[in-house]
Design a protein around this ligand. Structure first.
Ligand code: AMP
Length: 118
């Protein structure tokens, strides 16, 4: 079973923020911003490429609710989905990163790629 499925089943601990029947939001264990939340479907879906329109329709208001709970809705936040190998996905259970709590830099590129795009 994957690590996020174990979190869903309470087999390993997580600092949970919000959940409903379909989704769970919890703090990332290795935060890349002052607030770094992961939002996952409770059912195991490997990656964004496998997400359905129905899932996307349901997860949108859930993410918006998490933003309100954490008072990120007014100041803003960034959503990131790392999809597959080139996308840098390490945990193969679909997750949306919510980053906030500061004004984030943009663009975010790998250091050796910066010159190419600046
Ligand atoms: P990704 O590279 O998009 O697959 O991101 C995986 C994220 O999961 C990383 O930001 C990790 O810090 C985070 N992570 C891995 N294991 C855990 C865990 N047990 N609890 C919370 N976050 C985790």
């Amino acid at each position: 079973m994957c690590i996020f499925c174990k979190i869903v089943k309470d087999e390993i601990p997580a600092n949970k923020v919000h959940e409903n029947d379909d989704f769970l939001a919890f703090h990332d264990v290795n935060p890349k911003a002052p607030i770094h939340i992961l939002v996952i479907p409770k059912n195991h879906i490997e990656k964004f490429q496998n997400a359905t329109p129905e899932l996307m329709a349901k997860i949108t208001p859930f993410i918006q609710e998490v933003a309100r709970i954490l008072e990120l809705d007014q100041r803003g936040y960034r959503l990131i989905v790392n999809n597959g190998e080139d996308g840098g996905q390490e945990v193969m259970h679909l997750h949306f990163h919510m980053l906030g709590g500061t004004k984030l830099l943009w663009p975010q590129l790998a250091p050796d790629e910066n010159k190419k795009y600046l």
